[in-house]
Write a protein of this length. Structure first.
Length: 482
């Protein structure tokens, strides 16, 4: 019983019953008051009709009340007998000319009270009670033989005054059955309404690292429960992405650190076993330090990329002159390109602005230029272009180098991915992962075209800056993904 009391379904059902019970109670008392008013109005109308009928039958001659009726008309005779059960006739002085036994049993007014009724002139309704018996009297003045007289006609209310109470007694006898039916229906309706919530609870209990694919189907009712289901499914998607990022980070770290650590261990062991001179030990230590620097670079790059992909790396949101960024970096790379026997050409539209982070734009262009120069053989060329295309700024980096095999194109943005057959010492395999994240964080798009032996072209489109103001704010990848 304790579990049921605490359950949301039970509480909802009890709420239905209480609200419906209160509603029915208010309806019952309202109907009782209305019924009482209707009965009172009907009795008053009936008394008015009786007074008018009695006035039609009554005539006063020589201070005697005479009732005119045709004995042959049984209906009139019976009607008149009923009227005369509660009837009284008096003159202007309060002298009673006629009074029925039924009227006398309800109590007789004094002469002064009758004169007061007479002087009032207008019709008057009076309720007289004797124990549980109640009679409604209608007093009125009429003229007969040139004189005014007071006529009182009454009707018993005892038979009808108990109807409202009888109704309430029967109503509240049936009410528990209605509330029981309401409980059953409420229990059923609450169960159906809470079914998606129960599914959410069951799905949440089944969640583990291997079941993050769980999703709850929408009901398409566009109600609060559908909103809850959508929010739950989005939460599961975020959890799945986070778990995947953690898994990838762990795999990448273990894979990439294994090789340099093995190299360091091997070099130091060889030095311990074979080194004889100070120069031999120095060479072993220098080689080990180079591998330590490589490990340090890998860890630093992985941490930064992980922070970026999980939304922990805040980006500035300010106007950035893409033309200026590319022009400065092209000048920085021009000397190294010349040393490698490469031509670095640029065609830059003036003052192309986007809204983003200057530091990340530097990193994006640097990675693209470094890759293009790295994989272009001596005598080749790299062409850099900045232009506007509609509402977008376009950055293009093209080379006529070795190109990327078709089967490798879908994987070049994966962390630590290197095209098979390339020199592993040429990079960590994280540069294009950074490029991909930066483009997404700036709500842009990237396209790669490449043919083996002909070269590769990276084309990036970023939304132009359309805001007049230049206040800084922060954007995160999590917001971009929404």
């Amino acid at each position: 019983m304790t579990h049921r009391v605490k359950s949301l379904r039970f509480r909802l059902t009890i709420s239905y019953v209480l609200i419906f019970g209160l509603f029915l109670t208010v309806i019952g008392f309202t109907f009782r008051a209305r019924l009482k008013t209707i009965i009172q109005d009907r009795v008053e109308e009936a008394v008015e009709e009786d007074w008018g009928a009695a006035r039609g039958f009554l005539r006063v001659e020589r201070e005697q009340a005479i009732w005119q009726v045709d004995p042959r008309e049984m209906d009139q005779t019976l009607f008149l007998e009923r009227l005369r059960r509660f009837v009284m006739v008096a003159d202007s002085q309060g002298e009673v000319l006629e009074m029925s036994n039924g009227y006398r049993l309800q109590g007789v007014e004094t002469a002064a009270e009758l004169r007061a009724h007479f002087k009032e002139g207008s019709p008057r309704l009076v309720v007289k009670e004797l124990g549980k018996d109640r009679v409604l009297l209608r007093f009125g003045v009429f003229r007969s033989e040139g004189k005014l007289y007071l006529l009182a006609v009454g009707r018993r209310m005892t038979n009808v005054q108990g109807l409202p109470n009888a109704f309430m007694r029967d109503y509240f006898t049936v009410l528990p059955l209605l509330l029981l039916l309401t409980f059953v229906l409420g229990w059923f309706m609450a169960g159906r309404a809470l079914m998606p919530v129960n599914r959410l609870a069951e799905a949440a209990q089944r969640i583990s690292g291997s079941s993050l694919h769980l999703r709850i189907p929408q009901r398409y009712a566009n109600d609060e429960l559908d909103q809850l289901i959508v929010a739950f499914n989005k939460m599961m998607e975020r959890l799945s992405e986070n778990f995947e990022q953690i898994r990838r980070f762990s795999t990448d770290v273990s894979h990439e650190l294994r090789t340099p650590l093995t190299g360091i261990r091997g070099q130091l062991e060889v030095a311990l076993l074979t080194a004889r001179t100070e120069e031999d030990f120095r060479e072993a230590i220098v080689n080990a330090l180079e591998d330590v620097d490589r490990i340090s670079n890998i860890v630093r790059a992985l941490l930064m990329l992980s922070q970026a992909e999980t939304g922990q790396l805040a980006l500035k949101h300010e106007p950035v002159n893409v033309t200026e960024v590319v022009e400065e970096l092209v000048e920085q790379f021009r000397a190294s390109a010349k040393e490698e026997g490469l031509r670095l050409n640029s065609e830059l539209a003036p003052d192309v602005y986007i809204r983003g982070d200057r530091t990340q734009m530097d990193r994006l262009v640097t990675n693209l230029l470094a890759n293009a120069l790295k994989y272009t053989p001596r005598g080749g060329q790299v062409d850099v272009e900045v232009r506007m295309d509609g509402a977008n700024a376009v950055i293009s980096v093209a080379d006529n180098g070795k190109g990327i095999p078709r089967e490798s194109l879908p994987h070049i943005f994966d962390r630590f991915y290197r095209v098979p057959g390339e020199d592993p010492d040429k990079g960590l395999g994280l540069g294009l992962s950074f490029v991909s994240w930066i483009v997404k964080a700036h709500q842009g798009q990237m396209d790669v075209k490449s043919e083996v032996g002909l070269g590769t072209t990276f084309t990036i489109q970023l939304p132009l800056n359309t805001e007049d103001s230049t206040p800084e704010s922060s954007i995160r990848l999590a917001e971009v993904r929404q």
